[in-house]
Ligand binder design. Structure first.
Ligand SMILES: Nc1ncnc2c1ncn2[C@@H]1O[C@H](COP(=O)(O)OP(=O)(O)O)[C@@H](O)[C@H]1O
Ligand SMILES: CC(C)(COP(=O)(O)O)[C@@H](O)C(=O)NCCC(=O)O
Length: 392
């Protein structure tokens, strides 16, 4: 991956030309939404046109004005909706219009409340079709029709994911980063990464579950694996972490689980090689600090009593992350791909997992694999399907 050699404007033009074969047509300032209704979170990306002509402004319906104001003036919606203001992208072009992308999320379990809110805001009178992806685009299709009289234009979630990544990366020069100085926690820091010439790359999407894709070009990828390698294997993902952590610690949210894990110590829960050998297992180069058995200390009452909630959260995070990491590495080896990109909301506010993944890749590849992470983590599917917007 070499230094960036073309500027933002050139890339934007390239993207507009490459995203569709037909010429770019200018669309009226409708509410433009892309929705990715996932297993845990619903991601809503809203494009707010900023190049509205005086005539268009005069014609703009009151309902549309109100919805725009509601979405862009608030950063919290009800009890569970959030706008990630730090991710907002200004001055971007979609289908010939200039505007701002807003990034909003809420738990998929709150879909009923979302539809009620959308109905109360007059959405039913405004748009007839919304671009949607993710499993929920299928699961909730009838609810959208019934509650807000909206038809969902459904797009495949993995097509949308790849498309969204390429678009966001082209429009945000600070999108990609890696973790530098992995061996020293005090010096370990995020550094910008140049995504030029990325192909082929292995894309690991850690959402509720995990999908691993080998991406060979903008329109050329295959789904290589999940975390389930054999038919009856178990599937691990962000949902597994949150589910287990909730059971073990009684935490009430992902953010709380990560806060606990941040101050926890997994060595009070896991059994290390040195807990078994008293030091390294030298003959087979197994260092004493290596985890020999995740949660292996939790077999005596005394150790269980000593483990704090935060230790259990940390051990859960380490166990799940390392398993995902080793499957990603195996896929990279099988596919003979050295560029790895990790995305998905499991990585939200989660530097512990990112550093663990980076360290694991670095260790196993003898320093040849340096995984890349993206700022817009879990929003790419929603962006990708928003790019599909057409006149319907
Ligand atoms: N606010 C949050 N609420 C629930 N899970 C979250 C949150 N933020 C991050 N996560 C993590 O992200 C995962 C969901 O990631 P996401 O990419 O949105 O997948 P999905 O499309 O399956 O919903 C959860 O399983 C959890 O590990
Ligand atoms: C079914 C899914 C594509 C849904 O995507 P998600 O909502 O988890 O982002 C994903 O959870 C997945 O690929 N699960 C893994 C299944 C397997 O291990 O093969």
């Amino acid at each position: 991956m070499a230094p960036r050699s073309y500027n933002k404007k050139q890339k934007r033009a390239m993207m507009q030309n490459s995203s569709k074969e037909e010429p770019v047509v200018s669309h009226p300032p409708m509410p433009w939404f892309g929705m990715d209704i996932g297993g845990t979170l619903c991601k809503l990306v809203y494009f707010e046109p900023k190049d509205v002509t005086p005539d268009e402004a005069l014609e703009e319906k009151e309902t549309l004005k109100n919805i725009r104001k509601y979405l862009t003036k608030n950063s919290a919606y009800g009890k569970t909706g959030h706008r990630d203001t730090h991710l907002q992208m200004d001055d971007v072009y979609i289908r010939g219009r200039r505007g701002t992308l807003h990034f909003i999320r809420f738990p998929t379990s709150e879909m009923d409340n979302f539809l009620t809110l959308a109905r109360n805001k007059g959405m039913a009178t405004l748009v007839s079709t919304v671009c949607a992806t993710g499993g929920g685009a299928y699961k909730f299709e009838q609810n959208f029709k019934k509650e807000v009289n909206m038809r969902l234009h459904k797009y495949d979630e993995l097509d949308s994911l790849v498309k969204g990544i390429l678009y966001v990366e082209m429009n945000n020069p600070h999108e990609c980063y890696y973790w530098a100085n992995l061996s020293d926690d005090k010096l370990c820091e995020k550094r910008e990464f140049d995504f030029k010439d990325p192909y082929p790359f292995l894309l690991v999407n850690i959402g509720s579950g995990v999908s691993v894709l080998a991406v060979y070009g903008p329109n050329n990828y295959k789904r290589v694996s999940g975390t389930r390698l054999l038919y009856m294997d178990s599937s691990l993902g962000g949902g597994t972490f949150l589910g287990l952590c909730s059971l073990l610690t009684g935490c009430n949210s992902f953010d709380e689980a990560i806060e606990l894990a941040t101050i926890g110590d997994n060595t009070r829960v896991d059994k290390l090689v040195k807990d078994i050998y008293g030091g390294d297992y030298e003959r087979f180069y197994l260092p004493g600090d290596l985890v020999a058995s995740s949660f292996g200390q939790m077999i005596t009452r005394e150790r269980c009593m000593r483990a704090r909630r935060e230790d259990l959260a940390r051990a859960t995070l380490v166990t799940i992350t390392n398993n995902i990491g080793s499957i990603a590495r195996m896929c990279a080896q099988n596919e003979k791909i050295n560029n790895l990109v990790f995305v998905g909301n499991f990585l939200r506010v989660n530097p512990i997992a990112m550093k663990l993944l980076a360290r694991a890749m670095d260790y196993w590849s003898h320093g040849t694999i340096q995984p890349v992470f993206l700022e817009h983590e879990g929003y790419f599917g929603a962006v990708g399907c928003l790019l599909e917007i057409d006149d319907s």
